[in-house]
Design a protein around this ligand. Structure first.
Ligand code: GLY
Ligand code: MN
Length: 460
C-alpha cells in the first residue's frame, strides 16, 4: 500500500468533484472456479485499490460526502477462517492503514445504505462487472442486475475517470516497475524461441518471470505463431523454422500496476527478407505514432498517423494502392490493422475499461462504427500524466482477406492478387508503454529489443 495520506487525498478529491450523496465502492469477492473453495486467482477491484488500497476480498468502502466521513466495511476473520487461511488484521486495523477511523460489519453497511435510500439520499456506485457485486446491489439497493450498468452513477464514473487518468509520480514509479518486469518477460522469450519449442513452453517461461517478481501477469499471455489472431490464447503449437512468433504479455507488479508489451520475433535466428519487409513497415508506423505523442493531440490522430504510415508502407510493396489519405479515411487499411493503436494503462492493463470506454477514451462522445476505428479504445485528447500503449500491427487474417475479396471491398485501394501470397504470413505487433509529459512523452521502463538487429541480437 501507499502511505495513508495518498488514499485520504484521493478520497478528498473525489468528494469535491461528486459534491453530494453517498459513494459506495465495492471491493471484489473470491470467485469460484469449479466449486466454492477452489477459486480463480484473486484480483481486487482497481477503483477500490485506488481509493482504499486494501487487497483483500469482502470489503466495501463508503465515502459520505454530505457528512465528510469515510468508512470501511467488512467482517473480521472468524477462528475457522484463521485456521484455514491464516491470521488477518481486523477491519479496524486495515482501516487505519488507509486513514479511516469508522468501520462496520457487512450488516451495518446494508443498514446504512437502506437508511440512505429511504431518506432519499443519492447512493453513487460504479458499473458492477462481477456477478457477486451485482447480487449485492440487487439485495441491498434493489438494482436490477440486468440494468446495473445503466443504473451506475455517471457523475461518479466521470469523477473517477478524471482522477485515475492522471498518474501521480508514485504511480508512475509502480508502472515503470511493472514495465521493467514485462521487458524481462519478453527478453526471456526471445532467448528461448527456436524450432521445436512449444508455445506453451514459452508462455510458461514468460509467466515464471512475472510470478517470480512477486506479482503476476496483467492479462492472459498471448504467445503464438498465429499472431494474426489479435487475442490468441491458444498455446498448443510447436514452433517451426520459417514461423514468426508474437508475444503480447505484461506483468502486474506487487502493487497491482500493469505493464503491457508486445514483440514479434522469427523462430529462426534471423528474419527472412519477406518478414523484414513487413516488420519494418510496422516499425515505421510504431515510430510515427510515438513521434505524434504530445499533450493536446487527440489519440485518434495518433492512431490515424499510424494507419497512414502502415498504408504507405503497404502501398510501397504493392499490397495497397491509390490515395492513402482516402484509403485510410474509408477504412481500407483495416484489412491489415483491424484494431486500435493503443489504450490507457494503470491499475488495469486496459485502464478503467469497466467504467466504460465512452467515458475513459471518448469524453462521453460516441465511438465510430467503422470497422477498425470502432475498436480504438482511446480517442480523446492526451494530457500530461496519461499512461498509454502504442501498438500498431499488421495482421494477415485469411478469412477476412477471402471475405473482403469476395465482396470486392475497397478494390481501388487493395491489390488482392498480391495480398493472396501473404495468407500464411501471420501477424506482427510491437508494443511499448509511454507517459505523456508536458513536453511530449517518455518511454516507460527499460528499452525492449525492437529493431530487426536488436531482436536478432536478443535471440542469441
Ligand atoms: N495486451 C492486450 C491488449 O492490449 O489488448
Ligand atoms: Mn495493449
Amino acid at each position: 500500500m501507499f502511505d495513508q495520506r495518498t488514499y485520504k487525498e484521493r478520497r478528498k478529491k473525489l468528494k469535491a468533484s461528486v459534491k453530494s450523496g453517498l459513494i459506495l465502492i465495492l471491493g471484489n469477492e473470491e470467485s469460484p472456479m469449479n466449486y466454492t473453495d477452489n477459486t480463480f486467482h484473486y484480483r481486487q477491484d482497481s477503483s477500490f485499490l485506488y481509493f482504499f488500497g486494501i487487497n483483500l476480498p469482502g470489503l466495501a468502502g463508503v465515502i459520505d460526502i454530505d457528512s465528510d466521513k469515510d468508512y470501511l466495511y467488512g467482517d473480521d476473520f472468524t477462528i475457522d477462517d484463521i485456521v484455514w487461511r491464516g491470521f488477518q488484521p481486523t477491519i479496524k486495523e486495515w482501516a487505519q492503514k488507509t486513514g479511516i477511523q469508522l468501520t462496520g460489519t457487512t450488516l451495518e453497511l446494508i443498514d446504512l445504505l437502506q437508511q440512505a435510500q429511504k431518506s432519499g439520499r443519492k447512493v453513487h456506485f460504479l458499473p458492477p462487472y462481477r456477478p457477486e457485486n451485482k447480487i449485492k446491489l440487487l439485495k441491498w439497493l434493489a438494482v436490477d442486475p440486468y440494468a446495473a450498468q445503466e443504473a451506475a452513477s455517471v457523475e461518479l464514473i466521470k469523477a473517477v475517470v478524471e482522477q485515475r487518468s492522471i498518474k501521480s509520480p508514485e504511480e508512475i514509479e509502480q508502472i515503470e516497475e511493472a514495465v521493467n518486469i514485462s521487458v524481462d518477460m519478453h527478453h526471456a522469450a526471445m532467448r528461448m524461441v527456436r524450432p521445436g519449442v512449444t508455445e506453451a513452453q514459452v508462455a510458461a517461461a514468460v509467466h515464471q518471470v512475472a510470478q517470480a517478481s512477486g506479482g503476476d501477469i496483467s492479462f492472459p499471455i498471448i504467445a503464438t505463431i498465429h499472431g494474426e489472431t489479435l487475442h490468441n490464447h491458444y498455446h498448443g503449437n510447436t514452433l517451426k523454422s520459417g514461423d514468426l512468433f508474437l508475444l503480447d504479455a505484461g506483468a502486474e507488479n506487487r502493487m497491482k500496476y500493469a505493464g503491457d508489451l508486445s514483440s514479434t520475433m522469427p523462430v529462426d535466428p534471423r528474419f527472412t527478407e519477406r518478414q523484414k519487409e513487413i516488420y519494418n513497415i510496422t516499425l515505421a508506423a510504431h515510430e510515427a505514432a510515438i513521434a505524434a505523442l504530445k499533450p493536446g493531440v487527440k489519440n485518434k490522430e495518433v492512431h490515424l498517423t499510424a494507419c497512414k504510415a502502415l498504408a504507405r508502407g503497404l502501398k510501397d510493396i504493392g499490397l495497397m494502392k491509390g490515395d492513402i489519405e482516402e484509403a485510410v479515411s474509408q477504412g481500407a487499411h483495416a484489412l491489415f490493422f483491424p484494431c486500435g493503436t493503443g489504450h490507457m494503462m494503470g491499475l488495469d492493463v486496459h485502464d478503467m475499461e469497466d467504467l466504460g470506454e465512452v467515458f475513459v477514451g471518448y469524453d462521453g462522445q460516441p465511438k465510430s462504427t467503422q470497422f477498425g476505428l470502432k475498436s480504438l479504445r482511446l480517442a480523446r485528447e492526451l494530457q500530461p500524466g496519461f499512461v498509454i500503449t502504442i501498438e500498431p500491427g499488421i495482421y494477415f487474417i485469411p478469412q477476412l482477406i477471402d471475405r473482403w475479396r469476395e465482396e470486392k471491398k475497397f478494390i481501388d485501394f487493395i491489390d488482392y492478387s498480391k495480398v493472396e501470397a501473404y495468407k500464411d504470413f501471420g501477424g506482427i505487433r510491437n508494443e511499448e508503454d509511454f507517459l505523456i509529459t508536458p513536453e511530449g512523452y517518455r518511454l516507460l521502463g527499460k528499452p525492449l529489443a525492437k529493431t530487426i538487429e536488436e531482436v536478432e541480437a536478443a535471440k542469441k
